[in-house]
Design a protein around this ligand. Structure first.
Ligand code: PML
Length: 261
């Protein structure tokens, strides 16, 4: 019998404002545990208890699941938010994004790209050359779903990066998303930092740069964060569909961690 997977998606909100979310792609045996973990994440978020938690479980055929290698991780040693944002712009320029567009993307995330300066539930899609925003629903943005690690690949990655203190769920999830979007959707580069007030790191990713971590991209306590996907020459509806194709991260690169930057 063909192997089946299940996409498990959670989103939590309070008064219509996004609080947290999560994506998994798991076997039937893992569904209950994953749903429980995602609901716990929603109920214990530092922004408070949501008034809405939506969990969706959807079957996915194994033949539709594509395997992708995790991007290698490196880190840039910045001390301040200003240095971090300047570094993010430099890395995006290296990835082929125009400097003006890179600066505009930083500005969007820093000021809240949703209606009236709020954070968005999904990511922004920006034309890498003109900076035009392309999401079909600019209030909501786009969401990457059906993404996870194959358990053995996750264990190898955790072993490879443990000594660096980054073998945690948040970074594993962000790395899986970045690896998927650059490998399978034609995304030129991604910029992301968290909207959690207690987490100030983020990254720039591209197929040539890998996953470049930047430890300071916002001030402690700020609820403003988000993701931008930079694209070139895509049909946005096809692009949004590609973000939903099922992917398992099934291999890591050697080295998984690039030191000495
Ligand atoms: C998020 O938690 O919302 C995104 C995480 C981005 C940073 C992950 C990292 O530290 O590399």
């Amino acid at each position: 019998m063909q192997q089946e997977y299940y996409s498990v998606r959670m989103r939590a909100a309070e008064d219509g404002a996004h609080i947290s979310g999560g994506e998994r792609l798991v076997s039937a045996e893992e569904i209950e545990a994953r749903v429980q973990a995602l609901v716990r994440r929603a109920l214990t978020h530092e922004l408070g208890r949501p008034d809405l938690i939506q969990v969706t479980v959807e079957r996915v055929l194994g033949s539709d699941v594509r395997g992708v290698q995790a991007l290698p991780i490196s880190k840039r040693p910045v001390q301040t938010v200003e240095q971090g944002r300047a570094m993010a712009i430099e890395e995006l320029v290296k990835a082929g994004i125009s400097r003006e567009v890179a600066a505009q993307a930083v500005q969007w995330i820093a000021t809240g790209p949703g209606p009236a300066g709020t954070v968005m539930r999904g990511a922004l899609v920006m034309d890498a050359d003109t900076g035009a925003r392309l999401e079909s629903d600019p209030a909501r943005g786009v969401r990457v779903s059906k993404i996870d690690w194959q358990p053995e690949a996750l264990a190898s990655w955790q072993d490879a990066v443990r000594a660096e203190g980054i073998a945690n769920e948040r970074i594993a999830e962000a790395l899986a998303i970045a690896s998927k979007v650059v490998a399978t959707t034609g995304t030129v580069a991604e910029l992301c930092w968290s909207d959690d007030p207690g987490y100030v790191s983020g990254y720039v990713a591209s197929s040539a740069l890998g996953y470049v971590r930047i430890p300071h991209l916002k001030e402690w306590g700020s609820p403003l964060g988000g993701r931008v996907f930079f694209v070139r020459g895509v049909d946005v509806l096809d692009y949004e569909k590609a973000l939903q194709t099922p992917v398992l991260i099934d291999a890591i690169q050697s080295p998984a961690l690039v030191r000495g930057e």
